[in-house]
Design a protein around this ligand. Structure first.
Ligand SMILES: C[S@@+](CC[C@H](N)C(=O)[O-])C[C@H]1O[C@@H](n2cnc3c(N)ncnc32)[C@H](O)[C@@H]1O
Length: 208
């Protein structure tokens, strides 16, 4: 599938109807999500024929992008049942098989190394300190191949140190810096939309 076609299909998906600020529910727009997953596939071969987990899947955008690029199996994890209902409807609309699991990512227990690739746009930890690191720690624990994640550029050094030293990643690379546009979703938002500088990371777990 071509990049533009992927972006177009992701643009048809329903997003959070009543976003929950405490869970930092911001959708990843079709421009960023299509490029993130397209690059994971076309530059690194981490999507097609792989088992892919979408952590904090929300309405399913990243996981469904992986499904559209021929992932063998995609599982979306989110703590919020309302989002999972929307994600399920989105999967039906695209006629894609994707499994959804309602759970807190930091309590995830999986038997065996069943996941090849984790893709995620985690909470940035602005509402619940450390939420971003909980996601990263678990992603590096369960992925056997690679982890793709978005984090605020201001946290770059912290992310690198934690990934390599505390979570024993084999590698941690910023693939590109992006402008993530957050639309006016919540009452405390004053502007129509705000751009946040965000890094797209690719991590590899340790091979030991
Ligand atoms: C920034 S949104 C990203 C949503 C979606 N992946 C996307 O890219 O559009 C973060 C998501 O993480 C979920 N979330 C927050 N804390 C969580 C937790 N502890 N465990 C699982 N999901 C969580 C939220 O419900 C929300 O859907």
């Amino acid at each position: 599938m071509k990049l533009k076609q992927l972006e177009g299909l992701l643009g048809t998906l329903q997003q959070f109807s009543c976003p929950k600020i405490e869970l930092e529910q911001y959708p990843t727009g079709p421009h960023i999500s299509s490029r993130m997953i397209y690059m994971a596939e076309n530059s690194f071969g981490d999507i097609s024929n792989k088992v892919v987990a979408d952590f904090g899947c929300g309405c399913g955008t990243l996981g469904l992008a992986a499904g559209l690029l021929d992932a063998e199996h995609v599982i979306g994890f989110d703590v919020d049942t309302d989002s999972l209902e929307i994600a399920t409807a989105n999967a039906e609309d695209l006629e894609l098989d994707m499994d959804f699991v309602q759970c807190d990512v930091k309590n995830l227990v999986l038997r065996g190394q069943i996941i090849d690739t984790v893709i995620m746009n985690p909470p940035f930890g602005t509402r619940k300190k450390g939420a971003d690191m909980d996601f990263l720690k678990m992603a590096l624990k369960v992925a056997s191949g690679a982890v793709y994640s978005l984090h605020k550029t201001t946290t770059r050094e912290h992310i690198k140190r934690a990934a390599l030293s505390d979570y024993a990643a084999g590698s941690a690379e910023v693939i590109c810096e992006l402008k993530f546009d957050v639309p006016k979703l919540y009452k405390h938002h004053k502007k129509k939309e705000v751009d946040i500088a965000v890094d797209l990371w690719r991590f590899e777990p340790s091979r030991n």
